[in-house]
Structures are given as C-alpha cells and as structure tokens.
Write a protein that binds this ligand. Structure first.
Ligand SMILES: [Zn+2]
Length: 144
C-alpha cells in the first residue's frame, strides 16, 4: 500500500477534490483516479492507493439499474484483463470488498484493493471498451 500525500501532487491538478462514495468512504480524486482515506486514520492527507486483490480475483457487482448491455461491456473489459494477466473477475455475491460498477457523468475508479472496503467504479463512456478497461486497470492497482 502506497501513501499519496496531497503535497506530492502537482498544484496544476485542477480537478482534485475530496469526496465521499456511496458506501460512505472518503476519498480524494486526481483526474479519474480515486485514493481512499485509510480506515482508522485521522490524517486528512493520508490518502492511499490500494494493494493487490486476494487470490488474483476481483469480485464484481453492478448497480441495480445498470442495463444488460452495459454489464456486458464491463465483462468484456474485464475479460481483456483476464486474457492479458490471468487475473479473474467473478460475480460471486459478497457483502464487502467488491468492485461496484455504476453509471455516472464521468469515468473514474479507485486504485487497487482496499481491505474492508468496496471499490466504486463510475463509468460514463459505455461505448468505449478501452476506456472501461482503463478504469478496470485502476481497480487492479495501476496508476498513470
Ligand atoms: Zn486513468
């Protein structure tokens, strides 16, 4: 797990902002990457990227209102990662620690796996599989 301190981020990162996701987790966003404030950490600048997903498996969940064709695009983007890396994606029902995909007016995703926390992935570019795969790359832990 790597720390990301605000002082390390260029001042010209104009779109950074502190936000709270739908599961109540606080994060700061730099472009399309979201870095979470660690659980039980008081330091307001101690936002972090996540680690590696256990068992090389990402559990995927979809917002209830996500149409079947959009779900399929996500599965296709995840499939491209499986083909390239051997990392697996499942829709196994879990109560926590899943990548949760929802529609939004912007594309963004948390970086890496965060124990005890869900990864809320927001997608706007539904017709652009490369863009969706890009966001999935962030979920896997890749940064720009
Ligand atoms: Zn990105």
């Amino acid at each position: 797990m790597a720390c990301l301190y605000e002082s390390d981020v260029p001042a010209e990162a104009l779109d950074r902002s502190r936000e709270v996701d739908i599961f109540g987790a606080r994060y700061v966003r730099y472009g399309d990457m979201k870095f979470y404030l660690p659980i039980d950490v008081e330091d307001e600048e101690a936002y972090v990227s996540g680690g590696v997903w256990p068992n090389k498996t990402v559990r995927v969940a979809f917002a209830d209102d996500l149409a079947p064709n959009r779900r399929q695009n996500i599965k296709d983007a995840c499939g491209a990662w499986t083909n390239a890396t051997g990392i697996h994606f499942t829709e196994e029902a879990v109560s926590n620690e899943f990548a949760y995909f929802q529609a939004s007016d912007a594309n963004n995703a948390p970086v890496g796996y965060h124990p005890g926390r869900n990864a809320v992935v927001e997608i706007a570019s539904w017709g652009d599989l490369a863009r969706i795969a890009h966001e999935v790359g962030h979920v896997l832990g890749l940064q720009h």
